[in-house]
Design a protein around this ligand. Structure first.
Ligand code: AHR
Length: 507
């Protein structure tokens, strides 16, 4: 049997891992907010209606930052509908998801929830039906201390101090024809630039000044768009000097109808890496063309597995319908683990990544209205990566075999290596995409004397296994015997066929 050799050296750094690589996303969509994080009257809800059972699972995931309120929702949302006395808030037709929005939960509730959950907010502003002025006024409501109409309105609504929101997304997927009032690249680029300037003036800080707000401009909503990557170039040429991040979105899906469904799905992680490399190159191209010294990074603010081809079964025009409630299989978890590895391996340019989404809607956490919670299969790789994939990502060199799939070639063994100098830890995340068990030799000599503290894996003979309310622990991580570390920092690891694995070493 071929033994795969994976070499990693602490001096070959990819970059620092920003804690926001483990961010997430909550949209007014389905039961993400209503029945997800917010359910007044639920036995686990606090006086504000925030479900504490859900907050404790989110804390377990170590999520530092949450993007809100959309998503497609934001492009038709008037944020003013969601503030002030709840009894006076309007019920609206919500066009993005053909639902009813009661507006019972809005900006102030989100900020209060973030504070309670220990999470920083990332606000998206409406670039569909919304104007730069609407965005500015939301900014004033959130961030201006007092003495103006909107800042005093916030104080009147119970928040004396400004929220100090640092991250602002200027619209959502404005290239998609499903987006409310979608725009072409030139029009969006100009509107985004005007908006960015107004937010900068209100913030009274320059783009690269310490403490300045961080602005995210919309990149292509996926790499299958006919306008990709031209959209990204045009948008950046219009906005480059005023923004900090270009957004990327990408969802992968298991397609039983594809030529080789499993291999095509397993190719997703390496495909995501190629997508990031192209967007990185586009950013560098624009930077060079503009002779700019300013750096723009990537905010991969929607990523996940999502069976987008599943038909809607819920009726239109109801409040909080059960939409996009994907049940994540063991197979989904395998690809999900690979996507996390890709994000870690691109942490020099991807500084924010939001798992889309967090609760009930294509989410690692599921709830029942009035009932309990379930951790989906994908909960676990995310929890380990967010807890231990810290410090720096280190380049790894592997001689693993490749397989053909619909995107091209991909690695059978997909890894990420992180080094947390403060904790004196080296962590290795490995996905084995082979139908057979695989022997791997890790070569980590530069880290000095290592001892393996933990070897966790997820493996199942049933690729379709999921965690449900009836069987919440059908797929769980298993603790294995830690591996022995030999001379020269070498460790032999046996990977189960089709498995996700995590090894933690200390020096
Ligand atoms: O996350 C679900 C949807 O996916 C979001 O609303 C949208 O931005 C994307 O198309």
């Amino acid at each position: 049997m071929h033994k795969t050799k994976i070499f990693a050296d602490k001096n070959l750094k990819i970059g620092a891992i920003d804690q926001n690589l483990y961010a997430s996303f909550l949209e007014h969509l389905g039961r993400a907010v209503y029945g997800g994080i917010y359910e007044p009257g639920h036995p686990a809800a606090d006086k504000d209606g925030f479900r504490e059972d859900v907050i404790s699972l989110i804390r377990e995931l170590n999520v530092p930052l949450v993007r809100y309120p959309g998503g497609n929702f934001v492009s038709g949302y008037d944020w003013r509908d969601g503030i002030g006395p709840k009894a006076k808030r309007p019920r609206r037709l919500e066009l993005a998801w053909a639902s009813i929005e009661s507006n019972e939960f809005g900006t102030d509730e989100f900020m209060k929830w973030c504070k309670k959950a220990g999470i920083a907010p990332m606000m998206a502003v409406n670039m569909g039906t919304g104007t730069p002025k609407d965005a500015l006024e939301l900014f004033e409501y959130c961030n201006h201390p007092s003495g103006t109409y909107y800042s005093d309105l916030r104080r009147q609504n119970g928040a004396e101090k400004p929220y100090g929101v640092k991250y602002w997304c200027i619209g959502n997927e404005m290239d998609g024809d499903w987006q409310i009032c979608a725009l072409d690249a030139e029009r969006y680029g100009k509107k985004a630039m005007q908006t960015a300037r107004m937010l900068r003036w209100a913030d009274a800080k320059k783009v690269d000044e310490a403490g300045a707000v961080q602005l995210v401009v919309c990149g292509s909503c996926n790499c299958d768009m006919p306008t990709y990557p031209e959209w990204d170039r045009v948008v950046l040429e219009n906005t480059y000097e005023e923004v900090n991040y270009l957004s990327m979105h990408r969802y992968y899906e298991y397609r039983p109808s594809s030529k080789d469904p499993l291999l095509d799905f397993l190719g997703s992680a390496d495909n995501m890496g190629e997508f990031i490399d192209t967007v990185r190159a586009t950013i560098r191209y624009v930077q060079a063309k503009l002779r700019s010294k300013h750096n723009v990074y990537i905010s991969f603010d929607e990523w996940n597995i999502w069976t987008q081809s599943a038909p809607r079964t819920e009726p239109d025009w109801v409040q909080a319908p059960a939409l996009l409630e994907d049940k994540y299989t063991f197979r989904d978890m395998l690809v999900f683990g690979g996507l996390l590895n890709t994000l870690i391996n691109h942490c020099d340019v991807v500084k924010i990544a939001c798992l889309a989404q967090l609760v009930n809607v294509i989410a690692p956490i599921m709830t029942q209205n009035g009932g309990g919670t379930v951790k989906q299969t994908t909960f676990y790789p995310f929890r380990y990566a967010a807890a231990y994939g810290r410090g720096e990502a280190v380049r790894s060199i592997s001689d693993c075999a490749l397989f053909d799939n619909r995107f091209g070639k991909a690695r059978r063994i997909n890894e990420a290596v992180t080094h947390n100098a403060a904790a004196r830890e080296v962590c290795v995340f490995l996905c084995n995409y082979s139908e057979s068990a695989e022997e791997v030799e890790l070569e980590l000599r530069s880290f000095g004397d290592l001892a393996c503290k933990e070897f966790v894996s997820m493996h199942s003979a049933d690729m379709g296994a999921c965690n449900t309310f009836a069987a919440p622990e059908a797929v769980l991580p298993v603790q294995n015997e830690p591996v022995a570390v030999k001379g020269g920092g070498r460790a032999d690891v046996r990977l189960q066929p089709m498995s996700w694995n995590f090894l933690r070493f200390r020096y």
